[in-house]
Design a protein around this ligand. Structure first.
Ligand SMILES: [Zn+2]
Length: 381
C-alpha cells in the first residue's frame, strides 16, 4: 500500500470510529452511506476492527424490512481504548479513567501541592504511571488546568489560581511517561465533556458560559474548541457589561466576572447585609434568612441582565446554535427570565430566533472533558 492510500485508509478508519462512537449500534451499510464510502471499503475497515477487538457484531437488524442482504448490527468494544483525564486544582487533583464513550471506569482524588509546579508534576507522573500500568489501553492523558493554556505546545502560560508561570507541562510529563499528554484550560475541558443532560448535538456548534468562582467560556464548532491566536478566545468573563463597574483583575472596569461570579455575588450580598455568614452555597441563604429575599431577588435579576448582555454579544459575533449557561442559578426563574429578556432586547433578531439557550448546573466534569479531548485528538490524528 503506498503512503497516500495508507493515509486515506487511516483517515477513513478514524471517521468510522467517530461515527460508531455516536451510534450504539450501526450496520456496515449504514456506515457506508453516512460516510459516503463504498461498502467494500467499509467492509475492509470493519474486518480489521473486528480482528483487532475494537468492534463486535451484535446480531441481525430486527427492524429491517423488505429485500436486500440482512444487515448485521455492529457495536464498538468501548473498553478497547481508554483515556485518563485529570483536573489540577490548588490542593488536590481529580482524576478519571474513561472508556472510548466517556463512561467512567475509575475515578478518584489525590492531594497535590498545586502551588508548586515541580512537585505537582512529579506527583502527577506517579499517578499516571500507576494508572497506565493498570489500564494499558489508555490512548493518552488529558490535563485540565485553570489557566491560560497553549493546547498545542501544552504550555501553561499563566494561572492566578495555581500561581504557575510558563510551565512546560506537556513536555515535562511526556518525558516521564510512556503515553502522550494533552493540556487544556479547565473551563474549555468542561465545555466538551459529554453529559447525559445536554444533547451531544450541542457540540456541533455552541458557546459555553460557566459561572463559578470565576466566569469562563468556550466556543465549540464540530467538537473542537476554538482557542484563538493566543489561547484566550472564549474569555467571556472579561467582556465589559457595565460602564464604570467594579475594577477587574484584568485592569478593566465592569467585566462580567466582577458582577456575576460567586465572589462578586457574595460581595454584593455582604454589602446589603453586613455580617451574613455564607455556610454552604449562596442559594442556601436564599430561603434561610427572613428579609434576605428581596435584596437577593434584585441581585440575581441584575446578574441575569448582565449575563444577557454578554450572551447577546456572543449571538451577534459568533452566531452559535446553542448557548449553554452553566451556573448555580439554573433553577431560579428570576435569573433565567432576566437572562432571556436582556438577551432578547439586545440581539439581532434573526440569529436570536435560531439560538437555543440552555440552563444547566454542574452537569459537566473537567476531568471527563480532558479525557474526551484525548479521544477527539486520536480521531483527528
Ligand atoms: Zn476583566
Amino acid at each position: 500500500m503506498n503512503k497516500g492510500t495508507a493515509l486515506l485508509r487511516q483517515h477513513n478508519e478514524k471517521r468510522t470510529l467517530t461515527l460508531m462512537r455516536n451510534h450504539q449500534y450501526i450496520s456496515r451499510q449504514d456506515i457506508a452511506k453516512a460516510l459516503d464510502l463504498s461498502k467494500n471499503t467499509i467492509s475492509l475497515i470493519i474486518d480489521k476492527f473486528i480482528k483487532d477487538g475494537i468492534v463486535k457484531e451484535i446480531g441481525m437488524d430486527e427492524k429491517q424490512t423488505g429485500i436486500g442482504r440482512p444487515r448485521i448490527q455492529l457495536s464498538l468494544v468501548t473498553e478497547a481504548y481508554k483515556a485518563i483525564g485529570i483536573l489540577i486544582q490548588n490542593e488536590f487533583c481529580k482524576y478519571v479513567v474513561t472508556d472510548y464513550c466517556s463512561k467512567i471506569l475509575e475515578e478518584g482524588q489525590m492531594p497535590v501541592d498545586g502551588n508548586d509546579p515541580d512537585r505537582s508534576i512529579e506527583e502527577l507522573a506517579k499517578l499516571c504511571n500507576t494508572l497506565l500500568k493498570k489500564y494499558p489501553e489508555v490512548l493518552g492523558i488529558g490535563l485540565a488546568v485553570p489557566a491560560l493554556v497553549d493546547p498545542v505546545e501544552g504550555v501553561v502560560h499563566f494561572s492566578s489560581h495555581l500561581n504557575w508561570r510558563e510551565v512546560r507541562l506537556k513536555e515535562r510529563l511526556d518525558s516521564m511517561l510512556p503515553a502522550k499528554s494533552k493540556v487544556l484550560n479547565s473551563v474549555k475541558a468542561s465545555a466538551i465533556a459529554p453529559s447525559s443532560v445536554v444533547p451531544q448535538e450541542v457540540l456541533t456548534n455552541s458557546f459555553y458560559l460557566c459561572i463559578d468562582e470565576g466566569v469562563g467560556g468556550a466556543h465549540i464548532v464540530d467538537s473542537q474548541i476554538y482557542s484563538g491566536a493566543s489561547w484566550s478566545a472564549g474569555e467571556i468573563g472579561h467582556l465589559p457589561v457595565k460602564a464604570d463597574g467594579p475594577l477587574c483583575t484584568c485592569g478593566q472596569r465592569g467585566c462580567l466576572e466582577t458582577l456575576v461570579s460567586l465572589p462578586a455575588i457574595r460581595r454584593r450580598i455582604l454589602k446589603e447585609y453586613p455580617g451574613v455568614k455564607f455556610e454552604g452555597s449562596i442559594l442556601n441563604q436564599w430561603n434561610q434568612a427572613d428579609g434576605l429575599d428581596l435584596a437577593l431577588d434584585k441581585i440575581i435579576r441584575e446578574s441575569g441582565e448582565y449575563v444577557g448582555i454578554a450572551v447577546s454579544q456572543i449571538i451577534t459575533l459568533l452566531n452559535p446554535k446553542y448557548i449553554v449557561v452553566d451556573s448555580p442559578f439554573e433553577k431560579l426563574e428570576i435569573f433565567r427570565n432576566a437572562v432571556r429578556a436582556s438577551m432578547e432586547n439586545r440581539s439581532l433578531k434573526y440569529p436570536l430566533q435560531k439560538t437555543n439557550l440552555l440552563f444547566v448546573a454542574n452537569v459537566y466534569s473537567s476531568s471527563v472533558g480532558a479525557a474526551f479531548a484525548v479521544i477527539l485528538d486520536f480521531e483527528k490524528e
